[in-house]
Design a protein around this ligand. Structure first.
Ligand SMILES: Nc1nc2c(ncn2[C@@H]2O[C@H](COP(=O)(O)OP(=O)(O)O)[C@@H](O)[C@H]2O)c(=O)[nH]1
Ligand SMILES: [Mg+2]
Length: 466
């Protein structure tokens, strides 16, 4: 099996990362009954001897017991708070201080500070830290970057790091989970940061999952509403906020679960494996059109809520329901060029086929790829679930998300507001126009796909479960 290295950058990136690692450990603990360090664990973890500093890798051999686990991760933030919390919390044992790059003053919500100032000052340290993580892999397949678009560190330094990875490891697949700000975000400069970061994602990422905070907030609200009165006390995750959970935790848990499902095929053996790199091959038809819609069902952890498990067919309907999307868009209003369904649990391939036949008449696929389905099947379901479905699609409905980002950018840009904060930190004015042009190019790719399809995209009826 191959390995992945996770790079979590900025506050949001590190907070999402923390949820991912906690859940990944829980999942492996569930399925690893004899405490051996196996290929499954090897994808995201190292087995190390902690008598050495830094800890040394133990050889991977059949039946070797787990000594101490280290996450294949690099933690970067230009403030120390979140990374220090991670290093002193329940995950302290899975990270070494050698895996972190921090500073104290933050990026002031300014993409240019993250990209130019910290990019330059920390380039070598980041490059070395990543190189060590890479050398600890015997077959590195992908980098997974976690960051937000609206702030300064994740957005600016995060996309600087992405560019660095492109330069230094061009053949290693770069997969990005990018959290977009909601309309009422308190970072006033977030539209600039988002558009400048997107320009980078267009040039240097192989595949991006845009996650909108508004979508996460709405999901958490719906889960609350549906489960009202049925929640266990002290539930921790997608249940109510407790003393232990932080405001972002429940939103981040949705993103973490998405990542777990997406990587389940690389972490566990299955009858239909879909590796992260196969997603790009199958779902990205044109260079640059590598942003994917993503939906997850079920959206809650059964351990937390007393609701019956989702029926299998219901999950396939959920996948194309707007309220299950991680971006605020309507999948049945757009044109799909391709779609991946990653199923987990004891599910028959014939059931997947039957459900594809059921849902496909309600979707618009481009004429030249009417059968553009990619399916993955992993026998191990998420902990506490009977089955789960992750749907990733290249769907022109993302037009909506990106047009909103564009208009928020223009509102500030036309007034020339806040531009000086960027130019005084080493950024050329032209970068604003170049970033806007590249966003316009992406929007034109979507328009082209819509123009060449048979019918205008329109809202199709809901998908009934028989
Ligand atoms: N979903 C989510 N969004 C976050 C989290 N932390 C911050 N944000 C959002 O990220 C943006 C600010 O970026 P942040 O990651 O705090 O800044 P950075 O540390 O400079 O990268 C804003 O849009 C926040 O609403 C988090 O843990 N989860
Ligand atoms: Mg920060």
């Amino acid at each position: 099996m191959t390995q992945s290295v996770v790079l979590q950058i900025g506050q949001c990136g590190n907070q999402v990362g923390r949820q991912f690692w906690e859940r990944a450990l829980k999942e492996h603990a569930e399925y690893n009954e004899d405490g051996t360090f196996d290929e499954s664990l090897n994808t995201f973890f190292r087995n190390v001897d902690t008598r050495f500093t830094p800890a040394r890798d133990l050889p991977l051999k059949r039946g070797a017991q787990i000594a101490s686990l280290r996450a294949r991760a690099v933690l970067i933030d230009m403030e120390e708070g979140v990374v220090n919390e991670v290093l002193s919390g329940p995950l302290a044992d899975v990270f070494d201080t050698h895996q972190t790059v921090t500073n104290v003053s933050g990026s002031g919500n300014n993409w240019a500070v993250g990209y130019f100032t910290y990019g330059q000052t920390h380039k070598e340290q980041i490059s070395d830290t990543v190189r060590i993580a890479v050398e600890q892999c015997d077959c590195l397949q992908s980098f997974i970057l976690l960051h937000s678009m609206g702030g300064g560190t994740g957005s600016g330094l995060g996309t600087y790091v992405l560019e660095l990875l492109h330069d230094e490891y061009p053949s290693v697949y770069r997969f990005v989970t990018a959290v977009y700000p909601s309309k009422d975000d308190d970072v006033i400069t977030s539209p600039y940061n988002s558009v400048l970061a997107m320009h980078q994602l267009q040039q240097h990422a192989d595949c991006v999952i845009p996650v909108e905070n508004q979508a996460l907030q709405d999901i958490v609200e719906v889960v609350d509403h549906q489960t009202k009165g049925r929640l266990k006390r002290n539930s921790a995750v997608t249940g109510p906020d407790t003393k232990k959970s932080k405001p972002w935790d429940r939103m981040n848990s949705i993103v973490a679960n998405t990542l777990l499902n997406m990587t389940s095929s690389s972490r566990f053996a299955g009858s239909l494996n879909v590796d992260v790199n196969e997603i790009t091959t199958n779902l990205v038809p044109f260079p640059g059109m590598h942003f994917l819609t993503c939906s997850l069902s079920p959206l809650y952890d059964l351990a937390d809520v007393r609701v019956p498990p989702r029926r299998l067919d219901q999950m396939f309907s959920d996948a194309f329901d707007p309220s299950f999307q991680l971006a605020k868009c309507h999948p049945r209003k757009g044109i799909l060029t391709a779609c991946a369904l990653m199923v987990r649990g004891n599910v028959e391939v014939s059931d997947i086929r039957r459900n594809i036949d059921r849902v496909k008449s309600k979707l618009h696929f481009v004429k030249w790829n009417q059968e553009g389905w990619k399916t993955g099947l992993c026998a191990q379901p998420p902990v506490g679930q009977r089955h789960a479905l992750l749907c990733m699609a290249n769907n022109t409905c993302l037009h909506e998300t990106f047009s909103n980002v564009r208009s928020r950018f223009l509102q500030l840009y036309r007034k020339r507001a806040f531009r000086h904060h960027y130019t005084t930190h080493g950024m050329d004015e032209d970068r604003f126009t170049a970033a806007l042009a590249s966003l316009d190019h992406l929007l034109s790719l979507y328009s082209d796909v819509e123009a060449t399809s048979d019918s205008e995209p329109q809202q199709l009826p809901d998908i009934d479960v028989l």
